[in-house]
Design a protein around this ligand. Structure first.
Ligand code: EPS
Length: 416
């Protein structure tokens, strides 16, 4: 793990605010709160989200690291206020002024949440102490950090996009997917799929599947139940050579898996053809290597995006853009599966942590389905990992220095 780009988040779900401190962003990157707010608002969308998203309109306040619209190389501090704090001031007060015996403790852990393991671990007799931080609300702060990483990567024509491939077992039709046969197709095809996803209430580029998914979410909603699903992320324009096989924790696939698996409710990740690869002959899945002399003069940087690294190219992308833990110049493709949200309006059986009697789990307001939001969070985590690996290879203290280093490397790749 290189950690050229480091970040921490803090804040409770119903506390005053969420924070993120991001360190390692070079100076002279143009950034504004609007760049961050766009992603914050994308994270809030999606059919099946709960009442909280109607209360919040997440916006970033930049407290440090940016001056007159440009980074200055010092840690960037971002705050996102919780509007709902108004309704939780006593319950979430940091002061002893509130009589805690008057506050109703949460004592029935929800199966599938961090509640019971967290309560035992932190010796908490009110599960609120656990659920406030384990809540996926924390991801708003990560999306803010990811938005800065995305802005940095955009300076090098690297785009990170995502869409939902299935919810509740209803899958997007193969013609609306990019991960298999069409993965090496033109940038236009990528963008078309993502534009459709962006307009969809469930980030699904296939209208037919979208309708079925929304019907299924309605069904879950009326039953007091929840749904999970799968989303796919594509990082296009990543140059050959990020990450390394030389040490286990430098492998780019491992770094991505770590970051994606850290998102609340994520239970699995695949890169490229993923699990499907294990069911095929080797000859069917390796991406054969071809060569055509690099065009002269060199194409604009954007052209590196699809099809590999100038002269060398592939016709398939079963590897998902990573071989031997190193980016190979093809788009990086990964999928993650999200379990259904564990907070159920019709709760499952649980045991009260105080009385030890069987009860129904506590119900906390929550979402019916948050897969579209997880997809946006996945983009942020991917952006942070790729920006970190990019800085490890081309690192510099200013954007100008990083750009010089990158241009020099592209020249090397072109001549290789
Ligand atoms: C979330 C905010 C939370 C939940 C959800 C994600 O708000 P509240 O708890 O006030 O309803 O909607 O949290 C969970 C899914 C979870 O498991 O905790 C958000 O901002 O994304």
């Amino acid at each position: 793990m290189s950690e050229k780009l480091r970040y921490l988040t803090s804040g409770e779900s119903h506390g005053k605010a969420l924070f993120c401190i991001l360190e390692g962003v070079p100076s002279n990157l143009l950034i504004s709160a609007n760049d961050i707010n766009n992603d914050l608002s994308r994270r809030q969308r999606g059919y099946g989200r709960g009442g909280r998203m109607k209360i919040e309109s997440d916006t970033a306040k930049i407290f440090s690291g940016v001056r007159h619209g440009k980074t200055i190389g010092s840690p960037i501090t971002i705050m996102i206020e919780n509007k709902d704090w108004q309704n939780w001031q006593d319950i979430m007060s940091s002061q002893l002024t509130v009589d805690s015996s008057q506050l109703k403790a949460v004592t029935c852990p929800r199966p599938g949440h961090a509640d019971i393991a967290g309560a035992i671990k932190y010796d908490a007799h009110d599960i609120r102490n656990i659920l406030e931080r384990s809540s996926a609300r924390e991801t708003a702060a990560r999306v803010a950090a990811g938005a800065v990483a995305r802005k940095f990567l955009s300076e090098f024509d690297i785009k990170i996009l995502s869409y939902v491939t299935e919810i509740g077992g209803i899958k997007v039709h193969s013609s609306s997917r990019i991960s298999r046969d069409t993965v090496h197709s033109s940038e236009e095809k990528f963008l078309e799929i993502f534009e459709k996803a962006e307009k969809s209430d469930v980030r699904c580029p296939d209208k037919n599947a979208e309708k079925k998914i929304m019907d299924k979410i309605n069904k879950a909603m009326s039953k007091g139940d929840t749904l999970g699903g799968v989303f796919e992320i594509v990082a296009a324009g990543v140059p050959v050579g990020l990450g390394s096989y030389s040490q286990w924790d430098r492998r780019l696939n491992a770094r991505l898996a770590y970051a994606i698996m850290s998102i609340q409710a994520i239970k699995g990740i695949e890169i490229g053809l993923g699990f499907e690869m294990s069911r095929k002959f080797g000859s069917e899945v390796m991406d054969e290597i071809f060569y055509s002399p690099p065009p002269s003069p060199p194409p604009s940087r954007g052209r590196v995006r699809v099809g590999g690294c100038y002269g060398f190219y592939r016709k398939t992308n079963n590897a998902g853009g990573i071989e031997g833990g190193i980016s190979n110049g093809m788009p990086i493709v990964l999928r993650a599966s999200m379990k259904p949200i564990p907070t159920l309006r019709t709760p499952l059986s649980s045991v009260d942590i105080v009385s030890k009697k069987t009860f129904k789990a506590s119900y906390e307001r929550s979402d019916v389905c948050a897969v579209p939001a997880a997809s946006v969070i996945g983009e942020a985590m991917t952006a942070l990992v790729i920006a970190d690996a990019f800085l490890e290879k081309f690192g510099g203290d200013s954007m100008e220095e990083v750009k010089r280093n990158y241009e020099g490397y592209l020249e090397h790749v072109r001549k290789f």
